[in-house]
Every structure is written in C-alpha cells, then in structure tokens.
Design a protein around this ligand. Sequence first.
Ligand SMILES: [Zn+2]
Ligand SMILES: [Zn+2]
Length: 217
Amino acid sequence: MKPKPQIETLVVGPLAVCCYLVYDPETLEGVVIDPGDEVSRILSRIKEQGLKIRWILGTHGHADHIAAAGRLREALGVPFALHRADEEFFQGEGASVFLSWGFPPNPKADQVFEEGAVFEFGAYQLTVIHTPGHSPGSVCFYDGKQVVFTGDTLFVGAVGRGDLPGGDYFQMMRSIREKLLVLPEETQVFPGHDYGDWPTSTIGREKRENPFLQEGI
Ligand SMILES: [Zn+2]
Ligand SMILES: [Zn+2]
C-alpha cells in the first residue's frame, strides 16, 4: 500500500485549532487545512519544508478555522476553498456569529465545492465528504483509505457542537454514523481540535469507545 501523505500539525490560535499541512513527501505538493490563525508560523513551516501548496481548504466556515486563510492565500497565491453551504451561510445570515467573539470577517472563498469534490497533490488526493450538522457546510477530507480530517464534526472521544447558528446536532450525529463510521476501521482520525489523546485514534476506535457514538444514544 502506498504510504499515507505526510501530515504536519500546527495548533493555532486562542481556540487551539489543528491546522494541517498535508503533502506528498516526494513532490512536496500539498494543501493546508484550516489555517485559523498564526499565518506567519504556517508560512515559515511551508517555506522550511519547501512545500508547493495548491489549495487552502476549510473543513467549515467557523472563523477559528479559516480566519487566516485570506492572508495565507495572498502570501501563497493559491485558492481558498470552502463548501458551498458554509460559504453562503457565513457570507450571509451567519456572518455575525464570530464577529462577536472578536474574529475578523471571513475571507471570501475563491472556490466552493460539494460532496465528492477531489483535491489532488502529487500522488495523493483528498475527497470531500459532506457531513452537515456542526454547520451547514461542514465537511471531512478523506484520502481514500488511510486518513480522514474531521474538522469539528468528530473529535477523539467526542463530537462537535450542534447548537451554534446554522447547526443541527441530530443531523451531525446522522452524518457521523452514515458517512464517517462506514469508513474502514483502521482509518486514522485527524480532528479540528485536540481534545483527546490525538492523533492516535481511528474510526474503529471511535466507533467502539467514543461515548457519544454508543448504541441507543
Ligand atoms: Zn466549528
Ligand atoms: Zn473549531
């Protein structure tokens, strides 16, 4: 089996968001997932590693995950992409949600995507799994067999909030059951915040041990 893509985690900002640099170790092409803050630290890691970033991807439109995407895209000259539903919601009626928490307005996406969109870099690719519920356009990025980036939908030993504007807890739980727990059990989970003994969890372990995902709940 092909080795999994190289993954580097930078925990950024006051809400400790996991920003991921995901790349092909041979061609050094890659993507940045959830650049929530600390753009200069993200940029210097990209430069130190010599990465050729092709996209900036948001798992969802909450500002703690994408607030630095505007400055990062200016520095890198690459598109920032978000699911259509979150771009519409957070540029529209949901725009004020994070302003009150002191975040700047969301940068506008250059590209919107839907379920099944594919982002290729080197020999690797990430496919969009639309997992609405934490927000209307929350997504997970799956490499097809070994790793999944779950944003604020599934954490290690926990699940995301469903009570924020535009959110729906029951829809989120359905997304987790129907679209994440069906992935191969050995798939490694890379969440949007480090709330557990990250990054050692897998879909199988979450299925068996995550208290929010047990039968009857
Ligand atoms: Zn969120
Ligand atoms: Zn978050």
